[in-house]
Design a protein around this ligand. Structure first.
Ligand code: 13P
Length: 335
């Protein structure tokens, strides 16, 4: 792969005013989302939901790339147009989740390892031929009772490095996602320490495994209080701690950081991103700072849709609202 092309794809993923739509829920996760609105989860209902999102008027104004699941990247809209082609008409890049989910990490109760490296080179080549230009791998670390352990941090970072260099070999930009899970009662300082430890080792591994840092997108958590913490930190504190943590750990060559929403409330995910970009607008920050939200973009439209044809437009309007708010926050001009 020509390096310049990888760099151009990575920059396009984090283009001004736009962010990434994480619509790559596995069938198991999507089934939970559909259960919550009493819709049976089938390949067809999942296709209809993704079609609603991808056919939203003006989606290209606030989305640069869509991450899909294996089932979705093979699907088409009602007229038979492949989703990859439908998205390309709005100048949106197609991406693909290539990990095979998180599993218990042997020898470390309460910790996880992401699987999916076996056979990944051939799968990446297949996805490239289907039109994918970027990929995602999510590592998951938990906080509390001495977690995350060095062992979990290192094994997950090593896997992220192996995935990332294989992506670049096959012409795909890797989204490198080491997520510190927000679930729990931990405070923002615990999240800061875990994020700093993890990102330090992740970049050591990426460098050791010859990953071109100008051809990746980092997808981290924000530095934030646990969802059940008492006295959760304010958005200004979240923004300050997040920026300071990234400045200490993320090399300047990385073109962009696209945050996950991680179960933040709708308002919270927008206001926090807005505060982060307000700092970026007034200080010298080397990377673009945007969103790669799943629930943050989809929860509101899903609740409008309810699986009914007559609600498609209402769902699309809600998606547009979430997208435009996130886009404003990505520029630091939401409030
Ligand atoms: P959330 O924004 O819902 O955390 O999902 C983003 C994602 O892709 C997690 O891997």
């Amino acid at each position: 792969m020509v390096t310049a092309e990888l760099h151009a794809i990575a920059r396009k993923m984090v283009a001004r005013n736009k962010g990434i739509l994480a619509a790559d829920e596995s069938n198991a996760t999507m089934s939970k989302r559909l259960d919550s609105i009493n819709v049976a989860s089938t390949p067809e209902s999942r296709r209809q939901w993704r079609q609603l999102l991808f056919q939203t008027q003006g989606i290209g104004d606030f989305i640069s790339g869509v991450i899909m699941y294996d089932e979705t990247i093979r699907q088409s809209d009602d007229s038979g147009k492949r989703f990859v082609e439908l998205l390309a008409m709005s100048d949106i890049l197609s991406g693909i989740k290539v990990d095979k989910s998180t599993h218990d990490l042997a020898g470390a109760p309460g910790e996880f390892i992401t699987e999916g490296l076996d056979g990944i080179r051939d799968r990446l080549a297949d996805y490239y031929s289907m039109g994918a230009r970027f990929a995602k791998w999510r590592a998951l670390l938990t906080v509390g009772d001495g977690r995350p352990s060095d062992y979990a941090i290192h094994t997950n970072a090593h896997a992220l490095g192996r995935y990332a260099i294989l992506c670049q070999e096959q012409g795909l930009v890797p989204i490198v996602e080491p997520e510190i899970l927000m679930d729990g009662v931990h405070n923002i300082d615990d999240c800061l320490l875990a994020t700093k430890r993890s990102l330090t080792v992740v970049f050591e591994e990426l460098v050791a495994q010859s990953v071109d840092l100008s051809g990746i997108v980092l997808k981290p958590n924000m530095v934030i209080s646990g969802s059940d913490a008492s006295n959760r930190a304010s958005s200004t504190e979240v923004a300050r701690q997040t920026i300071d943590c990234l400045l200490e750990t993320v090399p300047a060559e990385v073109p962009g950081v696209a945050f996950l929403s991680g179960g933040q409330g709708d308002e919270e995910s927008v206001v926090n991103l807005d505060e982060i970009n307000k700092i970026a607008n007034s200080e010298r920050i080397p990377w673009e700072l945007t969103y790669s939200y799943g629930r943050g973009l989809q929860a509101a439209p899903l609740a409008k849709w309810l699986g009914k044809n007559e609600n498609v437009l209402a769902g699309q309007v809600a998606f547009q609202r979430r997208g435009l708010d996130s886009s404003a926050a990505r520029e630091g001009v939401f409030t």
